[in-house]
Design a protein around this ligand. Structure first.
Ligand SMILES: [Zn+2]
Length: 375
């Protein structure tokens, strides 16, 4: 089982979300060859795959996705030809994250039958809305009474080299919209109108100036960023009746969506009272903050990486959200994969040597895990 060849075969299936384009067929065939029992689990318009080798505990799961983001503009390489040039493998999904899946499969082939179980939980819906993928796969597993003990997500979380970073958590993300409603009127008679713009400006500056926290043991400080302020008033003689703004908060384990919504509502209510405008706040959470606290499992992964690369990984909680935010409710989960510098970009690529390095790390991890399970 050659990791590079399998990565190339996967990249040659243009599986742009929600299309599968045969990518899961390629993976399923490779896993069957290794003795895995496979299940194809289509939910809605998304195809997914669960495969398990062995039926006893401990149960080590590798989670990931075969879908990729659209090609976009500006490629010099063919995004689905999976060509190797000067030691680099080019293609959409080379970094995020078909090569990591291939590396894991090659690692299983290297280490052989486990003293326990190895599974792969692979979705075709990570880059999309993530509704018909990992969440439903996990529910399906639970309904069958299958228990995962530990999970590694193969997202491209490394910085320069495979294994230099181990993601042990992620910040949460929540989007807010605020709408300030006043009374429209003539600019010459402002006393007969109620201008929503100064009220919105006050709210924007108060929220933007507030320090949410100073960071926690494993997280950077939470951040708030305004994404838009809209009035859209073309007239020079009209005070508008409404003004809107939007912002996103990336938050650490000191906050919850409820605590943040409460804080924003509180500020908005105070400004509404002062200004006489009404302020409507809506919030949509895309993920809560989570942390796999450093312990036996993270230590095992860290020691294994150090044994292969000569350097312990940096424990990180930065970046966007990933499907690990769903898995964390079922078992300890960390993210370990390739360097992600080119993910989602034109000419996405990864060094062939790095695929081999990640294969070695995954193989060493499986060997260490089943030799002494961190239970
Ligand atoms: Zn990804």
């Amino acid at each position: 089982m050659d990791a590079l060849a399998l990565a190339q075969a996967l990249i040659r299936r243009p599986s742009v979300t929600p299309k599968d384009a045969g990518a899961l067929d390629v993976l399923e065939a490779a896993l069957k060859e290794l003795g895995f029992t496979t299940h194809r689990l289509p939910f809605g318009d998304i195809d997914n795959l669960y495969a398990r080798l062995g039926d006893t505990a401990p149960h080590f799961c590798f989670a990931g996705h075969t879908d990729v983001v659209p090609v976009g503009e500006g490629w010099k390489a063919d995004p689905f030809a999976a060509e190797v040039k000067d030691g680099m493998l080019y293609g959409r999904g080379a970094a995020d994250m078909k090569s990591a899946i291939a590396a894991f499969v090659a690692a299983v082939a290297k280490t052989g039958t486990p003293k326990g179980s190895i599974s792969l939980l692979i979705t075709g819906d990570e880059e999309g809305v993530a509704v018909n993928g990992t969440v439903k796969l996990l529910e399906w597993l639970k309904a069958r009474g299958e228990k995962i003990d530990h999970c590694v997500v193969g997202e491209p979380t490394s910085v320069g080299k495979a294994g230099d970073t181990l993601k042990i958590g992620r910040r949460g993300s929540i989007n807010f919209r605020v709408t300030v409603t006043g009374v429209q009127g003539h600019v010459g008679y402002p006393q007969k109108a109620k201008n929503p713009i100064p009220a919105l400006a006050a709210l924007v500056s108060q929220l933007a100036a507030h320090k949410l926290d100073k960071g926690t043991d494993h997280f950077d400080p939470s951040t708030l960023a305004f994404t838009t302020v809209d009035v859209g008033n073309e007239a020079t003689n009209v005070i508008p009746g409404e003004a809107r703004a939007g912002f996103n908060i990336r938050f650490n384990d000191r906050h919850t969506p409820e605590s943040l919504t409460g804080w924003v509502n509180d500020r908005a209510a105070r400004i509404a009272e002062e200004s006489g405008c009404t302020i409507d706040v809506t919030a949509k959470t895309s993920g809560v903050a989570f942390l796999t606290a450093p312990g036996k499992f993270t230590q095992l992964v860290s020691d294994t990486i150090a044994g292969v690369t000569g350097q312990s990984p940096f424990f990180s909680t930065s970046g966007g959200t990933s499907d690990a935010r769903f898995i964390k409710d079922f078992c300890p989960v960390v993210e370990l994969g390739l360097a992600g510098a080119t993910m989602h970009k034109a000419d996405e690529c990864v060094a062939v040597d790095e695929i081999a390095a990640l294969t070695d790390i995954y193989a060493a991890l499986l060997a260490a895990y089943f030799a002494k399970p961190p239970l």
